[in-house]
Design a protein around this ligand. Structure first.
Ligand code: ATP
Ligand code: MG
Length: 569
């Protein structure tokens, strides 16, 4: 390829909405253009990177026996109605009607599609296990599309689905996929970490997310330095905190004027915060949910959703609180009816003695509240959000927090969809049984952005060689110097013939402009050819990642040297 012909229009100014490096750099360097919010065109450089990621994904999927198919983007509403998800998927689902007013959606994911496909074709245990995958555009009308390709509304995903006869089979399929994902992200050159992920009502260790470690990541993870434990903070389980026994004191109501926060209350009453309980109120499709945690703890919404078996939660409004007989800032579990509203109490609160909490009355709190005696929860559960320094749920060591970009997820579905959609097979005894399913996604376009997030500097992108759009840029520094231009062309042809992905900057530009663009675009290697090359008999080779410059004698086998070097980048 010749830079003079390359369709990669660079930008001097990037739109203010581009906040993170990958978004800014891919616009500036001419990798992509925005068509609408969260919807992008991939230009040739990006498309080459995406192909490389896709090929790595393909090779690893094929290697574990998953077979590539392509399902339609446009999916009929009926299959989603059958699984029950048509009404619960919400506004994220892109719904469309055909000319006959029949309803469809643009696939946000393909569990319904693949399960109805397989149920029609697979009848016997002899046809199982089976695993299929596809690489395709997915559509999700995200509430906040942002960060360019990180959270877009149309994006490329590899999604795979496994079908097994039993749980042992599912576990084997899951393990194979987990290992394939580890190889995929390693081959892409990324620094990543698999973490335990929330698996909804299913619970257990039914899901892992693959997180690329980056400060701009939207996900928060915790990990333990002592053991190998790592989890999405949403999922991280916590042990119950025991407190020393105390004789129960008499419950007392006290005035706490103008004390809206738990810190105000503790300061006013001169109580340690560990002696207080605070409340967070949510609304859900099943009504109000009042959650109680220790004053210095935070509520984990995902755990609340799983505990209460609701679809989702949002902050409750004051009208709901009034109707429930309480008031914002002064909520407490005492005197509320656990059958009318969901009172969810953190497991560690149940171990506290003589604590302080709201009295459900403006300006008042209770002192000396005791679980068992003074209130009845609807649910007692672990609903706390893990914090830096908390005890590791596996080994008791201290956990640390980090930010990550979720580039992939593996998930055991068990029989969730096969039961809802009646995907059964006949076992050896001729008895129908639901298939055991798993689903596995890689965000292909997000992976490209994550790589840029992890590898960039003030000058631009620094691609790992495995996914770079081109490996080597040859730069003739002086277009007027016939001899060196000819040498550059020669080297370009030689590298090309040796199978190196090479591009030559044949533009009639100053060397500075060429070098700047090269750094911005992020080619792993740059070969400079000028009059000095001819006079000294040495090629100048620059490694983008380290800035290191090497001199390669023209009489040496520099093609092999370059190829070997690329394997290490
Ligand atoms: P998130 O929590 O980030 O919204 P998700 O858990 O809903 O993602 P999955 O359903 O697990 O996503 O999809 C599989 C993969 O697709 C994700 O791991 C992620 O890499 C990618 N992905 C999901 N949503 C988007 C998006 N809006 N833009 C780009 N990639 C996405
Ligand atoms: Mg996910």
């Amino acid at each position: 390829m010749r830079v003079s012909k390359l369709y990669a229009p660079t930008l001097r100014e990037v739109p203010a909405e581009a906040e993170i490096p990958s978004h800014k750099l891919m616009l500036r360097a001419g990798y992509m253009r925005k068509a609408a919010g969260g919807i992008y065109t991939y230009l040739p450089l990006a498309w080459r990177v995406l192909h490389k990621i896709e090929n790595i994904v393909r090779e690893e999927m094929d290697a574990i026996g998953s077979q590539e198919i392509l399902m339609p983007v446009v999916q009929p509403a009926e299959i989603w109605q059958e699984s029950g998800r048509w009404d619960v998927y919400g506004a994220e689902m892109w719904r469309v009607k055909d000319r006959h007013s029949r309803e469809f959606c643009l696939g946000p994911t393909h569990e319904e599609m693949v399960t109805t496909l397989i149920r029609a074709d697979v009848r016997s245990y002899r046809q199982l296990p089976l695993c299929v995958y596809q690489i395709q555009d997915k559509f999700r009308d995200e509430r906040r599309p942002r960060f360019g390709l990180m959270r877009s509304r149309e994006f490329i995903m590899k999604d795979a689905y496994s079908f097994d006869v039993d749980e042992a089979g599912l576990n084997a399929s899951y393990k194979a996929m987990y290992d394939a994902y580890t190889r995929i992200f390693t081959r892409c050159g990324l620094k990543f970490r698999p973490v335990e992920a929330d698996s909804g009502a299913i619970g257990g260790s039914g899901s892992h997310e693959f997180m690329v470690l980056a400060d701009s990541g939207e996900a928060e993870i915790v990990y333990c330095e002592k053991c190998n434990y790592a989890a999405n903070t949403e999922k991280a389980e916590l042990h119950v905190i025991e407190t020393a026994p105390e004789a129960a004191q008499e419950k007392q109501i006290v005035a706490t004027p103008d004390c809206k926060t738990i810190a105000d209350v503790c300061a006013y009453l001169k109580l340690p915060v560990e002696k207080s309980v605070k409340a967070v109120a949510y609304k859900s499709e099943k009504g109000l949910i009042l959650c109680f945690v220790r004053g210095d703890h935070e509520v984990n919404e995902v755990k609340v959703v799983n505990t209460c078996h609701v679809l989702g939660v949002e902050m409750a409004d004051e009208a709901m609180l009034t109707a429930a007989g309480t008031v914002g800032g002064y909520m407490g579990p005492v005197g509320l009816d656990p059958k009318k509203i969901m009172i969810v109490v953190d497991q560690s609160v149940m171990k506290m003695h003589n604590f302080c909490c709201g009295a459900n009355k403006e300006g008042f709190h209770y002192l000396n509240v005791n679980p068992g005696r003074d209130f009845t929860p609807t649910y007692v559960a672990d609903i706390r959000l893990i914090q830096e320094g908390d005890a590791c749920p596996h080994c008791g060591g201290k956990v640390s927090k980090a930010r990550g970009i979720e580039v992939g997820q593996v998930f055991k579905l068990f029989t969730k969809y096969s039961e809802a959609l009646k995907a059964t097979y006949l076992d050896e005894g001729g008895k129908p049984k639901p298939m055991q399913m798993g689903c596995y996604g890689v965000g292909v376009s997000r992976t490209m952005a994550a790589a840029v997030e992890q590898y960039n500097d003030e000058n631009g992108i620094i691609w790992p060689a495995a996914i770079a759009p081109y490996h080597v840029l040859v730069v003739p520094v002086n277009n007027k110097d016939q001899e060196s231009v000819q040498k550059a062309e020669e080297i370009y042809t030689q590298l090309q013939q040796a199978g190196v992905e090479v591009i030559i900057d044949d533009r009639n530009e100053r060397p500075g402009v060429k070098f700047k663009d090269a750094d911005l675009i992020g080619y792993p290697l740059r070969v400079v050819v000028g009059p000095k090359t001819i006079s000294t008999g040495n090629l100048e080779l620059k490694i983008r990642k380290t800035g290191e410059v090497k001199m390669l004698p023209l009489i040496s086998d520099y093609v092999t040297t370059i190829k070997e070097l690329l394997k290490t980048l």
